[in-house]
Design a protein around this ligand. Structure first.
Ligand SMILES: Cc1cc2nc3c(=O)[nH]c(=O)nc-3n(C[C@H](O)[C@H](O)[C@H](O)COP(=O)(O)OP(=O)(O)OC[C@H]3O[C@@H](n4cnc5c(N)ncnc54)[C@H](O)[C@@H]3O)c2cc1C
Length: 401
């Protein structure tokens, strides 16, 4: 059966996110965007509303909601600002959902519960100065020394780098495999802030997500206890790709929130602004841009919803999630481009929100797999070059209550 209606519980999560977006993000976003800093009230407000772990099972500090609820919350947060949705993407999608799946029980007790409760902010460190799409090209190493691993390397473009308490870091544990660019030499670690040799900082001068935190992590002889290895040595690439299945889902759903924000702002302006004696929404070329936003929003939404249903069912959804992310990000970029165009010169200033939408829309076509990487993935599925097997571990199935 195909059911396009959301349940009361799903809508309740959406409404919690909507309240935070409306009351905490929207009123101050222009101010923080101009200041290039994060609103210090955002993370406490999200934690208080249980938004930092709601789709994590109750036994691990969450509310045990389903994954469609996560998509709805991402739409709401990004409707207000992309930086607010990014928090859900990295803390909940890339870190918590992946730790839930791949970490052992002790690690879940120590790192997942405080994260899901919003007591510890978490992020994901894969990208490096010289390696983004090319994950096998990472240079960070984690060499075993007794009951510790010693980490050395730099991570770059890491969301929440300067505010997170704990990081999921990917590094080569096998130097021969590193030389051979063999992904089986990569392992994943939970690294805590405060360890000697670990420093973080913010990246200045960003195009978008200016009301968010994006930064770098430097590790110089950071000694991480061996028990912080996630899953098994040499399995980090698999863990990282699983993380991206969750993160891309949040980006896909969030991008629909951005398209809707572009649409609503544009419709409003179409009715206010007149040229040649008529509201601009009466001109057919402007209608075309509005219609394209509606089209982009509706079909992108179906794609993330399909991925969400598969997540709820515990079925591998790498292809479906990547397709949803690619399509929604493309449509969000197009919608933001049109929204600025519809606003004319006013769209060129931050007096209206659409120039922020325009800048923010660009990032999603880059992070969590660029547009080009997504394109290649879909072609490779179609050509039979890429076939996904069921993973040995997946998110827990959830009932849609
Ligand atoms: C705002 C923001 C937040 C981010 N947050 C995080 C985070 O929290 N954690 C994290 O680990 N990373 C994060 N990233 C990094 C992001 O995931 C990378 O930027 C992304 O994977 C692309 O890598 P790159 O920038 O090195 O580009 P490159 O990989 O160098 O690519 C450069 C260009 O070449 C193209 N290209 C590369 N390879 C191919 C190919 N095989 N075929 C065709 N075209 C190709 C790309 O599509 C792109 O257009 C963030 C980035 C941004 C902008």
């Amino acid at each position: 059966m195909i059911d396009f209606t959301f349940t009361e519980n799903q809508l309740a999560v959406r409404d919690i996110a909507r309240e935070v977006a409306k009351n905490v993000v929207a009123p101050t976003v222009r101010e923080y965007d101009r200041k290039h800093t994060m609103n210090p009230e955002l993370l406490p407000a999200m934690a208080k509303a249980n938004l930092l772990g709601f789709c994590i099972p109750e036994e691990y500090g969450g509310l045990g909601t389903d994954y469609l609820s996560l998509g709805l919350a991402c739409e709401e947060m990004e409707y207000a600002d992309t930086s607010a949705r990014v928090v859900l993407s990295v803390h909940l999608g890339l870190f918590c959902m992946s730790i839930l799946t791949w970490a052992n029980e002790e690690q879940k007790q120590k790192y997942l519960i405080p994260a899901a409760k919003g007591e510890k902010i978490s992020t994901f460190g894969l990208t490096e100065p010289a390696a983004g799409s090319d994950v096998r090209g990472i240079q960070t190493t984690a060499l075993k020394a007794g009951d510790k691993y010693v980490l050395n390397g730099e991570k770059m473009w890491i969301s929440l780098a300067d505010v997170a308490d704990q990081f999921l870091i990917f590094a080569y544990t096998d130097i021969e495999k590193k030389k051979a660019r063999d992904a089986h030499g990569i392992s994943a670690f939970i690294v805590e802030r405060g360890l000697k040799g670990l420093t973080t900082g913010s990246i200045e001068g960003k195009l978008g997500v200016r009301a968010g935190s994006t930064g770098w992590i430097s590790m110089q002889d950071v000694e991480v206890p061996a028990e912080n290895l996630v899953y098994e040595e040499g399995q980090g690439f698999k863990v990282a790709m699983f993380c991206l299945d969750q993160g891309r889902y949040t980006v896909a759903a969030g991008s629909c929130g951005l398209i809707k924000a572009c649409l609503d702002a544009s419709v409003k302006y179409c009715k206010e602004r007149t040229t040649f004696g008529t509201p601009i929404g009466e001109h057919q070329l402007v209608k075309q841009m509005i219609a394209n936003m509606v089209k982009g929003y509706e079909y992108s939404r179906f794609l993330w919803m399909r991925a969400g249903v598969l997540k709820n069912q515990g079925v591998r959804n790498t292809r479906e999630t990547a397709l949803a992310k690619w399509v929604a990000c493309d449509e969000a970029e197009r919608a933001a481009h049109s929204a600025v165009q519809i606003h004319g010169a006013y769209g060129y200033s931050d007096e209206y929100p659409v120039e922020r939408f325009f800048r923010n829309s660009k990032g999603a076509a880059i992070y969590e797999g660029t547009r080009e990487i997504q394109t290649i993935m879909q072609a490779d599925y179609a050509l039979g070059n890429r076939i996904d097997k069921a993973l040995e571990r997946d998110l827990p199935k959830v009932e849609q209550e």
